[in-house]
Design a protein around this ligand. Sequence first.
Ligand SMILES: *Cc1c(COP(=O)(O)O)cnc(C)c1O
Ligand SMILES: [Zn+2]
Length: 426
Amino acid sequence: MKNVKAAVCIKCGAEYAADDDTYTCKKCGGVLEIVYDYNYIKSRLSREKLAARKDFSIWRYLELLPVEEGSRGLLRVGWSPLYKTDSLGETIGLKNLYIKDDGLNPTSSLKDRASAIAVTRALHAGKDTVACSSTGNAASSLAGGAAAAGLKSVIFVPERAPQGKVTQLLIFGATVISVKGNYGETFRLSAEAIEKYGWYNRNAAINPYLSEGKKTVSLEIAEQLGFKAPDFVALSVGDGCTIAGVWKGFKDLYAVGLIDRLPRLVSVQASGCCPVNRAIEQNAPIKWMDENTLADSIAVGAPRNGDKALAAIRESGGITINVSDEEILAAMRLLGKSAGVFGEPAGATGTAGIVKAAALKIVPADAVVVSIVTGNGLKDVASAQKAAGIDSPAGGASNLLRIAPDMKLLTEEFAKRGIEPLGHNS
Ligand SMILES: *Cc1c(COP(=O)(O)O)cnc(C)c1O
Ligand SMILES: [Zn+2]
């Protein structure tokens, strides 16, 4: 890879070759970051060259990715739509609000971007099996990407993992190890097994190549805005790999001269589980927290990439916003109703944060704001039903009518709601 210089420890600065075996610093245990040769990339990449490319996926940014030319995962990952959502923007008082719908990736979350890099590097390293421990989107994206590439996948889940997500894994042909224990124990067992069997390791906590995949969301946002960085980019934060990747993407673009300024990050967490935001607000190291939120994809009490996340938020002059589960459910309804976008709870959390930031005037009305919807609503139907109020007798879902097949009853119900037939004078 001529474009990659080294993998560098973010704590002590030790340098390693960008090979497949080194994930964490051998001296201090710190997380590594991939460092590029920006001069080389500048000579290969320009706005015009990008404009001429017909590959509408993450691979259009090959020069900025840590993979060898030639090897590639199969699924179409990336180039998700960026919608200018005037109606939603108007509702919450923002003139330039964009929604990046990353729930439209092949397995329906932003995690597909990271797994595409994992699968590609696994293929190149000659591995036949990829593995990780996760209960959610990291696992399903890995299993899907592996299936498409003809690789086997082994996924470790804690036994309380939701049936729906375990089912998605099995459909993708993964071997699923349901561990009688909590997430920490599951993670440890997976790490030991991966070491013992020599599988490709997609545990995002330690694999620095994964945030390189996630950064492609920023490369797309910038290109979709005509190579202008937005003023703010809002997204939900769990382990912290995603927000770190988002920041890396904009920094890379800036370093190669494709954008001329950087956005500010809006880190949105659930009030019931906000260790990263709390550390920023208190200017203190991350302390672990309980995991009290229905947004399962960001219910991370002990963030495994917290240091990178803190650095990203601080460097960008970022903002932290915490939102309640009720505000998350409200944002799901708002995104659906006024933008036609269906997010899972963690997917809508960034938008919930923007709603709050706009109301508090932390984000000015004329700012260019991008809110990333990180996962699709069909991932978690139970929460979506809660958001829709489907189970509440009458109140919540005021636009759900339960009725006998009788036109007279229907007419009465419509009349109550001010819906009148043709020719009616009121
Ligand atoms: C994983 C995930 C996040 C958070 O990403 P981290 O890297 O854990 O911070 C947010 N939303 C969805 C839908 C996710 O799957
Ligand atoms: Zn180190």
